[in-house]
Design a protein around this ligand. Sequence first.
Ligand code: SF4
Length: 363
Amino acid sequence: MIYDPTADDLKRKVWQGERIDAEEAMRLYRLPLSELGSLADRRRQIAKADQYNGKGDEIVTYILDRNINYTNICNVYCKFCAFYRTEKDLDSYVISHEELDGKIDEMLEVGGSQILLQGGHHPKLNMDWYLDLLTHLEEKYPQVNVHGFSPSEFVHFREVFGLPLQEIIGKFQEAGLGSIPGGGGEILVDKVRKRISPLKAMSDEWLEVMDTAHRLGLNSSATMMFGHVESVEDRIEHLDRIRVQQDRSGGFTAFICWTFQSENTRLKAPPCGANEYLRMLALSRIYLDNIDNAQSSWVTQGLEIGQIALTYGANDLGSIMMEENVVSQAGTVYHMKENDMHRLIHDLGCEPRRRNNWYQLLN
Ligand code: SF4
């Protein structure tokens, strides 16, 4: 790591809350980690200070939801994925309404408010199958937000259904879809996507879905999975594409980054450690000056780094996931109960609060 003695002006600029460009981001990336962390923490304070009746800076939020994968059948074969199956695999499945209800009933018993509904890119399910599913959920569980279907799923639907994105997303919205997860973002640089997931939505398509959804009034999250074949410049380009999109359509409620988990996948890369994770989280908080919330990825980093992340720009611990199938099949094993989350947050001198998908406090 090269120390940049001329960085004082840049640090002052970040401290004052000004926008930085890609070249400045690269210089920040080379700062000692603790300095970068302090600057990101300052930007977290600036972003959150006016929220929650002026207490936003002291509150750390989380959501209680359940991750439900409606099918593991997928014909995209991403090299980093250990979750997908083909239709011929004995353990492939498509969820039934009864199974779905059982999972939601369990979630409601412990106070959950949202399902994260995502799946493989199933080659045969038609639009009626999805609309039936959403209508069923809306009728039976109107109190539960359906945070569902990542942009790459919508791009797949466009191919399978042969309809424009706006029409598909509009119909899903009418049937009860509440918001869209930012899954499948990985790195929004096509030369990277062509190496790790050549059959999946490319960068412009991913952003096109978000643009369409935001204009229809649906909020979404934005994500980044890093630590595989990309360069630091690619990561900064990814952040820039997200920031430009947010300036345009304004619907990203949060940014979530995590490191690639390689176990059981065909993509091999040296593990990306806590230093690199915290460095990128901090840089993301500073670069994405138009997204209020940054989540800590304790699921991939563990509880201790997950807690430290709250001093490196994150203001939210994400989900207490009742079920996680995708990252866990690639080797991640971290779990946390609600009282563990409270302990970590209190330990930092902050107040833990449950939230909904729109970052409104619930308790
Ligand atoms: S990451 Fe998603 S799209 Fe890619 S293979 Fe796995 S299930 Fe399919």
